[in-house]
Design a binder for this molecule. Structure first.
Ligand SMILES: Cc1cc2nc3c(=O)[nH]c(=O)nc-3n(C[C@H](O)[C@H](O)[C@H](O)COP(=O)(O)OP(=O)(O)OC[C@H]3O[C@@H](n4cnc5c(N)ncnc54)[C@H](O)[C@@H]3O)c2cc1C
Length: 386
C-alpha cells in the first residue's frame, strides 16, 4: 500500500517564542539553583522526581491533553518548543518524558475513563515514570514475534515471560506492554497481540539492571512470573494491538530529542572556536548547522501534522532515520573540526570529555525506537516500493 508523502510547511507561531522565553527563564533558575549543569550529557540521562514535579507545576507535561485529565489543551508546536528547550541543555527530564511523549496519548485513546481520570493527572504533575514494553529476547525489530504471554483468568490476566532493553526500567512506575494473548493466524502474523497497562510495582515482576557502555544503568530486563494485570488495564482491542503500536511510533520517532541527543558536542565546539573561527572551522560548523536546521524543519513539520490530527508514520520514520544518522556521526565530525582548535582553547578538556561520552552513546541512536534498516523498510513500503 502506498502513502502520499508530504511534509507540511509549518513554522512555529510567534506565541511559541513567548513560551520559549518562559522555559529559558525557568531553566536558568534551575541551573542557578544547582539542579543540573547545562550541556553535561550525563544529566540528560538522569531521573529527577523533584525536577519533573516542578516542570509539571509549570504546566509543561501533558500540554496537548484535555484539561479534564490534568492537561493544558495547548498545541503540539508549543509542546515541541518545551521539549526542544529542555533537550538542548540536557536537562534531566527522563522521569516523565516517555509518559508525556507516548504513553499518555495511548491511554487517552484506549484506556477506560476511570483509569484516565486516575493516571493522566499524575503524569501531568510529573509524578509517574512510564516505560515501553515491546522488545523481548529474540524479538526486537520483529515485534510480532513477541512471546510474553497474557493468559485470561476470572478477573484479569496472568503474565509470564521477559521484556528486555526497557529504558528507565529501574525507576518505572508503569509499563505499556504488548503481550501475546493468542497465536498468530496463518493469514495474519500480526494477530494475537494485546496492549496492557502494567503496574511495575505489582508482585511477580522483577527488573534486572542492564549496564550501558557509559556505566549507566537506566536500562532493564523485566521478568514476569505470574504477574497479575486486572481487566480494566487492558488497552484497546484484544489480539489487535499492532495498529496501536504502529501509531504510537509516530509520537516516538520524530521529536527534537532525536536530533539533539549529541548536540552538546557541537555547542561546545562553537564555544571553543570563539567569535572569530578560522575559515575552515567556520565552514565546517556552518555545514553542520545547515543540516541541523533542515532536520529541525522536518521535525517541526511532523509536530504540525500531529497537531492537525494526521498520523505521519512515514514522515516520522524519515525524520528518525535522517536525524539519528546525523546525530550519530556528529561526534566524529566535531572531533575532526576540533583538530583546528588553538591549543590554549579553555574548554578543550570539557569538549574532550563530552566527545568521549557522545562516542559511547552514538551507536544506540540508530537502534532505539526502530533500527535504520527497519525504518527504511517502512519508508519503502509507504512509498509503494515494496
Ligand atoms: C538505548 C536503547 C533503548 C531502548 N529502549 C527500549 C524500550 O524502552 N522498550 C523496548 O521495548 N525496547 C527498547 N529498545 C530495544 C530496541 O527497540 C531494539 O533493540 C530494536 O528494535 C532492535 O531489536 P533487536 O535488538 O532485537 O535487534 P534485531 O531485531 O535482532 O536486529 C538486528 C539487526 O538486524 C536488522 N534487521 C532486523 N530485521 C530486519 C529486517 N526485516 N530488514 C532489514 N534488517 C533487519 C536490524 O536493523 C539490526 O541491524 C531499546 C534499544 C536501545 C539500544
Amino acid at each position: 500500500m502506498s502513502t502520499v508523502l508530504g511534509f507540511d510547511q509549518i513554522r512555529l507561531p510567534a506565541a511559541c517564542e513567548t513560551l520559549r522565553r518562559e522555559v529559558r527563564a525557568f531553566i536558568a533558575e534551575e541551573v542557578a539553583a544547582g539542579t543540573f549543569t547545562p550541556d553535561r550529557p550525563q544529566y540528560g540521562d538522569a531521573h529527577d522526581r523533584a525536577f519533573s514535579r516542578r516542570i509539571g507545576a509549570k504546566g509543561w507535561i501533558g500540554m496537548t491533553w484535555p484539561k479534564k485529565y490534568g492537561g493544558h489543551e495547548r498545541s503540539f508546536l508549543e509542546r515541541y518548543v518545551v521539549t526542544e528547550e529542555f533537550r538542548v541543555v540536557n536537562a534531566p527530564v527522563r522521569l516523565h518524558f516517555v509518559a508525556d511523549r507516548q504513553s499518555g496519548p495511548i491511554l487517552l485513546k484506549y484506556a477506560p475513563e476511570h483509569i484516565k481520570l486516575d493516571i493522566l493527572p499524575r503524569i501531568c504533575r510529573g509524578e509517574l515514570c512510564f516505560v515501553i514494553g515491546m522488545s523481548e529476547p529474540g524479538s526486537g525489530s520483529d515485534l510480532f514475534a513477541a512471546k510474553t504471554k497474557a493468559t485470561r483468568t476470572n478477573d484479569g490476566w496472568r503474565i509470564n515471560g521477559t521484556k528486555i532493553w526497557t529504558s528507565n526500567a529501574p525507576v518505572a512506575d508503569y509499563m505499556l506492554a504488548i503481550f501475546r494473548t493468542s497465536p498468530p493466524t496463518k493469514e495474519d502474523r500480526r494477530h494475537g497481540l494485546t496492549q496492557f497497562l502494567v503496574d511495575m510495582k505489582a508482585p511477580g515482576i522483577k527488573v534486572n539492571p542492564i549496564y550501558q557502555m557509559t556505566g549507566q544503568h537506566d536500562f532493564g530486563e523485566d521478568v514476569f512470573d505470574d504477574a497479575f494485570v486486572p481487566d480494566d488495564h487492558l488497552l484497546g482491542e484484544v489480539d489487535n494491538a499492532w495498529k496501536q503500536a504502529t501509531s504510537e511510533l509516530a509520537y516516538e520517532r520524530s521529536g527534537p530529542e532525536r536530533i539533539l541527543e549529541t548536540f552538546y558536542v557541537l555547542a561546545e565546539l562553537v564555544r571553543a572556536l570563539g567569535p572569530k573561527p578560522d575559515l575552515r572551522s567556520a565552514e565546517g560548523v556552518g555545514r553542520l548547522v545547515a543540516q541541523l536546521h533542515t532536520l529541525r524543519r522536518m521535525s517541526i513539520s511532523v509536530a504540525g501534522m500531529l497537531q492537525a490530527g494526521k498520523e505521519p508514520v512515514v514522515e516520522a520514520s524519515i525524520v528518525k532515520d535522517l536525524a539519528t544518522v546525523w546525530a550519530q556521526k556528529l561526534p566524529g565530525r566535531v572531533r575532526d573540526l576540533s583538530a583546528f582548535l588553538e591549543p590554549e582553547a579553555t574548554n578543550k578538556p570539557a569538549l574532550e570529555e563530552q566527545l568521549a561520552f557522545a562516542t559511547m552513546v552514538a551507536p544506540k541512536l540508530t537502534i532505539q525506537g526502530g533500527t535504520t534498516e527497519i525504518l527504511r523498510g517502512i519508508i519503502a513500503r509507504g512509498l509503494g516500493l515494496r
